[in-house]
Design a protein around this ligand. Structure first.
Ligand code: AHR
Length: 499
């Protein structure tokens, strides 16, 4: 197969906002406890956070981090997580059938964020709670002082406000599994009311309303329209969540990016429909605040083994071990996000550590990079400036349930004489020759190609070998004048850095 790409600085999608490379930390399984927080670990800092994990999170290059859930937040009382740690209550976490010790709450998480250098995106509970608790949390977090909640924060050791800008108004409220699940009418009204109340305290907040939990939800599209009919002028973003899995269908799996494209198009169409209907000047963009590869089928089977009297602390949940194929698909999902940089304002890989995460840890032991770590870290490092509208022509391939798709998926960015091109070869048995015409770009200099591919598509990094899979250099890349040529191995993800 062959593919030809034309890059031209006149054909642009829009600026790449750094929040596109966000992450997500939920109180779930071993993500917080025995993941980022393990006071007994030899690398723990004075707050009990593992420094080896902090270093890996920094290397991953995540920007904004969503917290504390997820399904967890829909039953969470934020007050349980502040004040003297020894006085904090242990609670049942209904979302994950676990015990929440509350050793880590807002203050501790902010300390961890300061160490990794990321911004906090905080979710409020609109499942079992409402606007009243959300504004108390906002008062606690962002008001400098002189009120009950802000003085409480100071008494708890934090003199300066947290200054949190971005807030999620609940989580996946369209999902019947969600505590406090609502229909779109009821949620839309609650989101609007909560947003209005929060803005009375701080008008410049950036607020995210819940969109659909997935494109296969029966209310997909209509949910967004109805919620925004109620909340359009009160919020800034609508969320999107999407997970993809191989589940014995590699052909469809490799075309997952096409489904993400469809998802983004549907949500922006619904938002723009409401904009037209309301005659509004304002545009609502997407916060793609959960996306990843996740073997949900396997998880659902595992979930059935829980019994009613079991409420473990930090059990091993959703600990997917990622393959080379998973990493290739994850790189493809980042391509889709970059291609829609005009409408996707932020995105969060869900999640970060142990729980469907690019980073794994063992209690008392190592921390290591999963296969999916590599496409994320490289894309976050290289994708800067403007996302280009790549004009592609060439062979297509069967994308299974996603229809016919280009054999090579691509995205590109350019900034200050440097360009980056991201490529996925979806062909399962053949390499693909890609030529790239750079004559429309002012980018001189050498080209370097690195990526992920392997004869064993299901090779992993695990405790028995934590570095079996890593980045490889593609030696076939050549630049002659304004033309680049490269051979992409079957089922591969590649990043080119030019200039
Ligand atoms: O990321 C795991 C879970 O997936 C989140 O808690 C929930 O929001 C989604 O269904």
């Amino acid at each position: 197969p062959r593919t030809h790409l034309v890059l031209d600085s006149a054909f642009t999608v829009g600026p790449v906002r750094r929040r596109l490379f966000g992450g997500f930390v939920e109180h779930l399984g071993r993500h917080v406890y025995d993941g980022i927080h393990e006071p007994a670990h030899e690398s723990a800092d004075e707050h009990g956070f593992r420094k080896d994990v902090i270093e890996l999170v920094k290397e991953l290059g995540v920007t904004t981090i969503r917290y504390p859930g997820g399904n967890f937040v829909s039953g969470y009382k934020w007050e349980d997580g502040v004040g003297p740690v020894e006085q904090r209550p242990r609670r049942l976490d209904l979302a994950w059938h676990s015990t929440e010790t509350n050793e880590v709450g807002l203050h501790e998480f902010q300390q961890w964020l300061d160490s990794v250098g990321s911004e906090l995106m905080l979710a409020v509970n609109l499942g079992t709670r409402g606007a009243a608790e959300a504004i108390e949390l906002l008062e606690y977090a962002n008001i400098p002082g002189g009120t009950a909640r802000s003085e409480e924060r100071k008494a708890n050791g934090r003199e300066e406000p947290f200054g949190i800008t971005m807030w999620c108004l609940g989580n996946e409220m369209d999902g019947p599994w969600q505590l406090g699940h609502k229909n779109a009418e009821d949620y839309g009204k609650l989101a609007a009311m909560t947003a209005k109340a929060m803005r009375q305290i701080q008008p410049d907040l950036e607020l995210v309303a819940c969109g659909s939990s997935g494109a296969s939800m029966p209310t997909f599209g209509e949910w967004e329209r109805t919620v925004l009919e109620h909340a359009y002028e009160d919020v800034d973003y609508i969320s999107a969540h999407a997970y993809y899995e191989e589940d014995q269908d590699l052909t469809s799996f490799l075309a997952s990016g096409a489904n993400m494209d469809h998802f983004i198009k549907t949500v922006t169409t619904a938002a723009d429909h409401v904009q037209a209907h309301k005659g509004s000047d304002k545009r609502i963009d997407i916060s793609f605040d959960e996306w990843n590869v996740w073997s949900i089928t396997k998880w659902e089977a595992q979930q059935k083994t829980f019994t009613l009297d079991e409420w473990p602390v930090a059990p091993r949940l959703l600990e997917d071990v990622y393959t080379v194929a998973d990493a290739v698909v994850l790189g493809g999902l980042l391509i889709s996000l970059l291609r829609h940089a005009d409408r996707v304002a932020s995105a969060s890989i869900a999640q970060l550590v142990n729980v469907i995460g690019p980073i794994m840890t063992e209690p008392g032991g190592e921390a290591w990079r999963q296969t999916t770590f590599f496409p994320f870290s490289v894309t976050s490092r290289l994708a800067h400036g403007t996302s280009l509208n790549v004009v592609a022509s060439g062979d297509t391939i069967d994308g299974g349930k996603h229809g016919t798709v280009p054999v090579v998926d691509s995205a590109a960015t350019v900034e200050d004489g440097h360009a980056a091109v991201f490529l996925v070869n979806r062909h399962q048995t053949e390499s693909t020759t890609v030529t790239i015409d750079l004559s429309g770009l002012d980018v001189d200099g050498d080209v370097h190609a690195e990526g992920i591919w392997d004869d064993d598509l299901h090779a992993v990094n695990d405790l028995s070998n934590t570095s079996r899979v890593g980045l490889r250099t593609n030696e076939s890349v050549r630049r002659e004048g304004d033309t680049i040529t490269i051979e992409l191995p079957p089922v591969s993800w590649t990043a080119l850095s030019i200039g």
